[in-house]
Structures are given as C-alpha cells and as structure tokens.
Design a binder for this molecule. Structure first.
Ligand SMILES: NC(=O)c1ccc[n+]([C@@H]2O[C@H](COP(=O)([O-])OP(=O)(O)OC[C@H]3O[C@@H](n4cnc5c(N)ncnc54)[C@H](O)[C@@H]3O)[C@@H](O)[C@H]2O)c1
Length: 364
C-alpha cells in the first residue's frame, strides 16, 4: 500500500506494510535514488535485530551506520553539526542519501541536516514511533530546539521517501504509543468526526497494536496530514490547524525543561484538552462536544494538569506561549475548534485572558 504526497517542492511516496523497510533497495530504485554513499542514522532504542536486518539489505553500497541516543536535550545544533561534519569528512554529495530510522526527534534532526548539507541531499525517513509514523515524517518540517524553545530553528524540506512499517511499534513502550495516539486524535478533531468516533471506540485496540485497527488508524491519519500539507505546504493558513493544542503543549514541555516527566505527546494531550476547554469558554465548541473530548482524554489518563504544574508555573507557561511562532504581536494566537472537524484559525487573545485561563486549569 502506498500514498503519494504531492507538494510543490517534491512528490514522494509513503510506503505501508509489515517488513516494507526490508525492501529498501527496491524502494530506492523505484524512486530513482541512486546514492554512491548512504548514511543511516538510527535511534539506539530501535531493536538491534531490526538494524542488523536492514544493514544486510544495504550491503552493496558504501554505507555508514551511526547509532544515537535521541532525546529533546540533544535536539540542537550541536547534534546537527556532528552529522554535517561526518557527511563532510566522508565526502557526501547531493546525490548521496541520509536515512533516518527513529522517532520524531531523529527525523527532525536528520531531515534538517539533510536540507542544509550542500543545500540538500536525498533524505529517506523510516519512522519508528507511532507519532513519527502518523505525523512528523510527513510534510517536510525539519528542525531543532534552542534557548527560545521547541523547533525554533528549521527548514521546510520534504523527504524523498517515507517507509511506514508497524514492525517498529512492537518494541515501543506504551507511553510512547499514547504520544502517537495524541496526534492521531488531533487529526481527527480538526478534520473528521467519524474518524474521532472510530478512535473513541477502538483506542484500546490501537494501543495494543491489533493489526487491522492500527493499520486503519495510521493510514487515515497519514491521509489527513497529507491532504493538509498538499493544500498548504508552508503553513500560511490551513496547515496551522495541525497546531491544535500545540501552543499550550509546547509551553508545557518547555516549562518543565523537556523532562521525562512529560513528553511531547503527553503534553499534546494536555494541550488538546486546554484548547478544547478554551474553545468552549469562547462560545465556539459546544458543551456536548467538549464533554466527548474530555471523556475520551480522561480514558487515556492524561487529563490532569495539576499533576504536572503548580500556580508558580503559570507565568513561565505564558512566557513560552508568547514565544510561539504563530504570534505576530503581544497577543497570543490560538487554533480553536468551532466544532469537531471545524477548526478556527487566527484568533488572538490577550496575555491577561490566557493567564487567567491557565490559572483556572491549575487551580480547579
Ligand atoms: N516535523 C514535524 O512535523 C513534527 C510533528 C510532530 C512532532 N514533531 C517532533 O517529534 C518529536 C517527538 O517525536 P517522538 O514522539 O517520535 O519522539 P522520540 O523521537 O523521542 O521517540 C520517543 C522515544 O521512543 C524511542 N524509540 C524510537 N523508536 C523506538 C522503537 N522502535 N522501539 C522502542 N523505542 C523507540 C526513542 O529513543 C525515544 O525514547 C518532538 O521533538 C516533536 O517536536 C515534529
């Protein structure tokens, strides 16, 4: 099974299917990627057995394998520099290829390095987490964090190929599955109510990797993301809706200093909840639909902001929300929901109002 993503910059396929990553040679050929050299950068948490099998398939080329312990703390320019230096020392050229095998962090870093090395070499993404399979591997946003916050440095650079294989999910901890699920849920909330109902009814099977159900959830999610990216590759308008819940989420993560206590996907669930509550307070989202969302998120057990934050954190959360890339003024820009599958863009709110709202979430 395959989906074709058609953007102005590039047209590229997403391959689906168990063990599709082992067809790497065929896939590279099919897509006219003929590197003399390949650098495979993999997340060290991906099982060794998978990496060895992959190595065996690439044996004829000049290949470099680099294992990295990826986390938000090394999602920065230092890591990019190390990759660029290694590409340089090994004389990589534009026709050569970087293959990332890892989650959203590996993908964001490797695609960024690929986009700036000699102004761009071939990039293949093999996402190994649910989050990266349904979201970050599609659409060409690359980037790293700096002192201002998450993903503040980056480019738009579409991959040449994405290989989406559920085999990788077998070793993924449950907590990480929930993180990916948060982005699937977000996709449903901004564009397809029937898909939201499907998720509500099947989330346990999705988290337990029941083959037909997880496949459907991943495929539908990729289709939604593809549709949005094709219409608005550079996030001028519609693509902003993919940030639903994320202005809150990024501020939550940044406030805690990207600790293991709250990872990205968990922050997204809390962010979705906050954005939905705020949408309701602004007389957009109905009480009924808010309750549907609240109930579902409480089933996932990530609905308690007070567990993570105290009153003294409110100013820091606000500080990070103000730094969000969507803001053009002192006010805070939020994506909200008018109803499920009908997002609203470009609404801005005073810092005072948002501060009061966040305080209410933490105090109640
Ligand atoms: N570019 C985009 O459009 C976009 C969209 C959404 C999120 N993101 C970014 O993605 C990142 C989050 O991605 P993520 O949730 O995949 O995080 P991640 O890359 O940190 O992976 C999560 C954890 O799973 C481990 N892991 C990876 N593959 C594994 C496997 N197969 N088995 C066992 N463990 C495995 C990793 O080592 C890590 O500990 C954030 O930095 C976020 O900013 C980017």
């Amino acid at each position: 099974m395959k989906l074709l993503v058609k953007t102005k910059e590039k047209k590229y396929p997403i391959y689906f299917g168990a063990n599709s990553y082992l067809k790497i040679k065929k896939i590279l050929n099919e897509n006219n990627i003929k590197p003399k050299k390949t650098m495979v950068i993999y997340d060290k948490k991906v099982p060794k057995k998978i990496i060895s099998k992959f190595k065996a398939k690439l044996i004829n080329n000049e290949n470099i394998f680099i294992g990295i312990k990826f986390n938000e703390k090394i999602k920065n320019l230092n890591t990019v520099k190390k990759i660029l230096d290694t590409l340089g020392k090994n004389n990589f050229n534009r026709n050569d290829c970087v293959i990332s095998i890892g989650g959203g962090i590996a993908g964001d870093i490797c695609s960024f390095a690929s986009s700036v090395y000699k102004r761009g070499l071939k990039f293949v993404n093999i996402p190994s987490t649910l989050l990266s399979q349904v979201d970050s591997s599609i659409g060409g946003k690359t980037g790293v964090n700096n002192f201002l916050g998450k993903n503040m440095i980056g480019t738009f650079y579409q991959p040449n190929v994405v290989i989406n294989d559920t085999i990788f999910l077998k070793s993924l901890p449950k907590r990480e599955m929930i993180c990916g699920y948060a982005e699937i849920l977000k996709h449903s909330l901004i564009s397809n109510k029937n898909f939201f109902i499907f998720l509500k009814n099947n989330f346990k099977d999705i988290l337990n990797l029941k083959p037909q159900i997880i496949k459907k959830a991943i495929f539908n999610s990729c289709k939604i993301k593809k549709g949005i990216v094709e219409k608005d590759e550079k996030e001028r308008n519609l693509r902003k809706t993919l940030n639903y819940g994320h202005t809150f989420a990024h501020a939550f993560e940044s406030t805690l200093g990207y600790t293991n206590k709250l990872n990205h996907g968990e922050a997204v669930l809390l962010g979705i909840l906050a954005a939905s509550k705020f949408s309701n307070e602004e007389n957009l989202l109905s009480k009924n639909e808010l309750e549907l969302i609240e109930k579902h998120i409480s089933e996932l057990k990530y609905n308690n902001l007070k567990f993570y934050f105290k009153k003294r954190n409110v100013d820091t959360i606000l500080k990070f929300m103000k730094r969000d890339k969507k803001n053009n003024s002192k006010d805070i820009n939020l994506i909200l929901l008018q109803k499920i599958a009908k997002p609203v863009l470009n609404n801005t709110y005073s810092q005072f109002k948002i501060k009061k709202f966040i305080s209410s979430l933490i105090n109640n």
